[in-house]
Design a binder for this molecule. Structure first.
Ligand code: SF4
Ligand code: SF4
Length: 172
């Protein structure tokens, strides 16, 4: 996933949406940025958020002006106000075939947490990725689960076998 820095207004709404903690505000450019080493292309940010098509320059100007008055303007929390989140053109796109999440303990606003992911199994046309989210202050599990991804051929829309070099690279 990628964020168009020409559109992003650094409202930060997309940060808590990402289950991998892969989105952050890059202080060097003051724009939301995706850490591609952490992103698993789950599309939660792209599909899960509503999109508005406000003019980025206008939004930045209004936010800057209100900041001078010590007033903070934030869009609704589940909205990307400028439609800045866009998927990469993946060489081998994949779809989530099945997802399982078991919630165990709640996380509250302001809680820090650790996200661990690992490839549990690679089959011919997909992988099963497991994850767990741990509350940092207690070390206790907040939730865990897995995603089954299937790799698809964009031309046929059918499942595609994973090349051997990818299997070797991610197998231990
Ligand atoms: S929600 Fe949209 S505008 Fe706000 S920080 Fe994320 S990408 Fe940028
Ligand atoms: S696609 Fe998923 S993992 Fe990647 S930045 Fe968006 S929410 Fe996070």
């Amino acid at each position: 996933m990628q964020i168009d820095h020409g559109k992003c207004v650094a409202c930060g709404n997309c940060i808590p949406v990402c289950p991998m903690g892969a989105i952050y505000i890059d202080p060097a450019v003051n724009r939301a940025t995706v850490n591609l080493d952490e992103c698993v292309e789950c599309y939660t940010c792209h599909r899960g958020m509503s999109k508005e098509h406000l003019n980025p320059t206008l939004v930045r100007t209004i936010r800057g002006f209100l900041k001078l008055l010590r007033i903070r303007f934030d869009p609704e929390p589940d909205v990307c106000p400028t439609d800045a989140i866009a998927p990469h053109d993946l060489t081998w796109p994949r779809v989530v075939r099945r997802a399982f999440i078991e919630y165990k303990r709640p996380l509250g606003l302001g809680d820090w947490f650790i996200v661990r992911t690992w490839i549990h199994e690679i089959v011919d046309d997909g992988v099963q990725v497991h994850f767990e989210i741990i509350k940092k202050s207690t070390g206790k599990l907040s939730c865990d689960g897995y995603f089954d991804y299937t790799m698809v051929n964009t031309k046929t829309g059918r499942a595609e076998s994973i090349p051997d070099w990818i299997k070797q690279k991610y197998s231990i």
